[in-house]
Design a protein around this ligand. Structure first.
Ligand code: HEC
Ligand code: HEC
Length: 239
């Protein structure tokens, strides 16, 4: 099914594969009358996945990511958006790139891996990017709680972690209100920049992104850790 949905093979497709073809065509030639809408997508989930899977290579203002290995996605889509392309069309282009990444034109050593996200996750990421890429003046949503809270929000931590102060209820990773009290700033910092150094018992390794060491500049990492300490242990930490 993966190989069969390549656009180049469209002519040889059996009826069984037509729905998949239709989806790809939405990306290739824009939104037709049917089947390319944004129903049933979760853009908030798409944002978390984008930060996790795409942000290390792509700059996207709304996601507060600043990767440079791939093109800046605001630049990539600002012209299309200014020319009136709607978010479904842009989402279709993004979906096609996720499913069938073009080999890199500038640096063959850094090509985009195929199928970093699949199925519903790919739809969610594409819909999210389609709704924000190249929107003039867009930035990450501002949250209350100060600079550390903003770093927590920008990096999608709440998508995987519960933290009462941030109003987040993610359950993929441990409940930070439970595990952080009593930990030092050094221990918490280590958990963020080198998650596999000490994997929380009962949770899988390699799920927490391994990219925060480079993705979060040092001053912001400090703000983030200070925020986590003040919001979970009331200053009990030895710092
Ligand atoms: C390892 C780095 C890397 C990762 C991770 C990555 N990309 Fe890419 N991406 C690239 C490169 C390199 C290109 C440029 C391909 C080319 O030269 O045409 C690219 C191109 C794109 C384009 C086309 C932009 C344009 O100018 O038309 C889109 C859209 C895109 N990526 C979205 C994503 C999404 C969404 C994710 C996460 C699911 C992702 N990328 C993850 C490296 C990456
Ligand atoms: C995609 C899901 C995901 C995201 C996003 C994520 N984490 Fe995690 N995190 C996990 C998982 C799973 C674990 C437990 C396994 C491990 O230790 O790596 C974990 C572990 C941790 C720990 C160690 C907890 C302990 O037991 O001491 C800290 C601290 C933490 N994360 C903070 C963060 C912060 C801060 C962010 C955002 C910058 C973040 N995480 C983003 C999934 C995630």
């Amino acid at each position: 099914m993966r190989a069969a949905s390549r656009p180049s093979m469209a002519k040889s497709l059996t009826p069984l594969f037509r729905p998949v073809t239709a989806l790809v065509l939405c990306g290739a030639i824009g939104v037709l009358a049917t089947g390319c809408g944004t129903e049933n997508v979760d853009k908030a989930r798409g944002r978390v996945l984008f930060v996790q899977k795409c942000g290390q290579c792509h700059t996207l203002a709304e996601a507060a990511t600043s990767g440079v290995q791939g093109p800046d996605l605001d630049n990539a889509f600002s012209e299309a958006r200014a020319n009136g392309e709607d978010q479904d069309t842009i989402a279709g282009v993004v979906k096609a790139q996720i499913d069938f990444p073009r080999p890199s034109t500038t640096n063959p050593a850094v090509s985009m891996p195929k199928e970093l996200v699949t199925g519903q996750s790919a739809d969610d990421v594409a819909a999210y990017v389609g709704s924000v890429a190249g929107v003039p003046g867009i930035g990450p949503p501002t949250v209350p709680g100060g600079p550390g809270a903003q770093v927590f929000a920008n990096n999608g931590c709440g998508g995987c972690h519960t933290l009462a102060a941030a109003n987040s209820g993610g359950t993929t990773g441990p409940d930070l209100d439970k595990v952080l009290p009593g930990q030092s700033a050094a221990e918490i910092t280590k958990s963020i920049v080198d998650p596999n150094a000490k994997v929380t018992p009962g949770y899988p390794a390699n799920v927490m992104p391994q990219t925060f060491k480079t993705a979060i500049p040092a001053p912001m990492l400090k703000q983030l850790v200070a925020y986590l300490i003040s919001s979970t242990s009331g200053g009990k930490s030895k710092g």
